[in-house]
Design a protein around this ligand. Sequence first.
Ligand code: PEP
Length: 253
Amino acid sequence: MRKPFVAGNWKMNTDSHSSVNLAKAIVSASVEIAGESVAVAVCPPFVYLQAVTTAISTSSIAVGAQDLYYEQKGAFTGEISASMLKDIGCAYCLCGHSERRHVIGEQDELINKKVTAAISGGLLPILCVGELLEERQANKTTEVVTRQIKNGLAGLSVEKVSAVTLAYEPVWAIGTGLTATPQQAQEVHALIRGLLAEMYDSHLAEEIRILYGGSVKPGNAAELMGQRDIDGLLVGGASLNADDFVAIIQAAV
Ligand code: PEP
């Protein structure tokens, strides 16, 4: 049985005060359900991670980073390693978010190194995949998502892959107000689960969580969560508002 999982990606938003206040507001409004019925994580910007992990350390809400670098330490100016994230109390790390793929230019090979390093460093990676609008229009969704998953998980054993959460986020739905219909999302989630069964085994495919992301709001969360293969939600914009994010957590139970 897959426990629902809702993660909030704050992207490059908040400041030293609002990050802590937002995290505390989410904790106090979700105290009855978070942890018990639904796993919850928030992913603040790097510079506020420590303040947020400290502020909510006694809660059951986990903290994740939005990225990491795959080397352990050394001359990599500006980068942050898995062990540094672990050291300040992070549990999760996004890998291959579409903004890193399409704004920063990250490719599958780099993302695979990041997923691998996250697992080796004791973090739980959330590997994000999803097609561009033109790829969907050219009927390339299956091809793109299959490639991103095969390359993103390359070289990982079934034991290591069990630490991974996948997030299907169609790029055309991220931050645009356009949401994939529950049927469109379910179709890709089922494809991903089938692919994992082929690549690993049916047990892993049934156990692994696959989140949907792309303009999730309190009003569409429950219907998306009602789909068989949607196990949770990765939320951007709406995770910056505690009431909206908590309403999404409630819809996921
Ligand atoms: C995201 O950042 O992963 C995301 C899905 O953003 P939004 O919810 O704003 O579309």
